[in-house]
Write a protein that binds this ligand. Structure first.
Ligand SMILES: [Mg+2]
Length: 285
């Protein structure tokens, strides 16, 4: 890949996934056109998800099965954001983890070890491996002083056949039993967007956030100082907008309309590179 952006490089893109590029096992209109355009224009892009269950490789494989090829370096999950945050707070720390390989591997790669005796953190993500015994263990460790972290505050998530409990719902019993409130790293925490920008190698003034939810994607973009685009292909409907005390910068029906917006309506500003930057590289905001 040529890392030199063209002279009038468009903005970098932080793009939500569910309700934006796919829904369930269906690719949404405009997704293939958007990805073609991102590649042709060498626009830096990251696909974000609050789900901590899948690793970037698993997400890449899932999209491949749906007919879209995106390299694993273009995915950013709440598990990766959590690992980056915890390693910045406690380098080489330890955690008792209730989560799937997507979370466990991200923590391991960030230099964390697992510990079920006296960990620095109890970290909770989405997982079907959730039992009374694991809640009991998590509660006892938090009461002994471990900090309680959730990868994301979502109470539910989409599944093939309906709605399933997500991280926020799994953390709740531990919060209730300990009286300790968890710290959640994923959206709407703007931390997720700021660390995503860092990976993108893009100053916030040159980036754009695209999502389908006002209460996670758009609010975190606004609070991170990044221009926002709401797409109406997912959760939020146009008639919902009046309920919120804030509004998106732009509203589109679907992501197929993004190239026109990014190429014409917005001033072109160059990012640092044509691909996501290496892990740990600092953004320049
Ligand atoms: Mg979404």
């Amino acid at each position: 890949m040529n890392d030199t952006p063209p002279a009038a490089a468009p903005r970098g893109l932080l793009c939500d996934m569910d309700g934006v590029i796919y829904h369930g096992s269906r690719i949404l209109p405009g997704t293939l056109e958007l990805i073609d355009w991102l590649r042709q224009t060498r626009t830096p892009f990251l696909f974000l998800t609050n789900s901590s269950e899948r690793s970037p490789r698993e997400l890449s494989e899932k999209l491949h099965r749906l007919g879209v090829d995106i390299e694993e370096g273009h995915f950013y999950t709440s598990a990766m954001a959590t690992a980056a945050f915890l390693s910045s707070q406690t380098p080489g720390g330890s955690a008792y983890v209730l989560g799937q390989p997507g979370l466990i591997n991200a923590l391991y790669e960030a230099g964390f070890s697992t510990n079920d005796v006296n960990p620095d953190y109890v970290v909770v993500g989405e997982t079907p491996m959730y039992t009374y015994e694991t809640i009991k263990k998590a509660v006892s460790l938090v009461l002994k002083g471990a900090r309680l972290i959730g990868t994301n505050p979502d109470l539910t998530g989409p599944a093939e056949h309906g709605i399933i409990p997500a991280c926020g719902a799994l953390v709740a019993p531990i919060e209730l039993a300990t009286g300790v409130k968890a710290y959640f790293v994923g959206k709407p925490n703007p931390l997720m967007m700021r660390t995503g920008l860092s990976l993108l190698g893009c100053p916030r003034e040159a980036a754009l956030i695209v999502g389908d939810r006002m209460d996670t994607d758009i609010i975190s973009g606004i609070e991170a100082g990044i221009e926002t685009v709401l797409v109406l292909s997912g959760v939020t409907r146009r008639e919902d907008l009046a309920r919120f005390g804030y509004g998106p910068g732009h509203i589109l029906d679907h992501v197929g309309q993004l190239p026109a917006l990014m190429g014409q309506a917005l001033p072109a500003r160059a990012c640092a590179s044509g691909a996501p930057a290496a892990k740990g590289e600092e953004a320049t905001w």
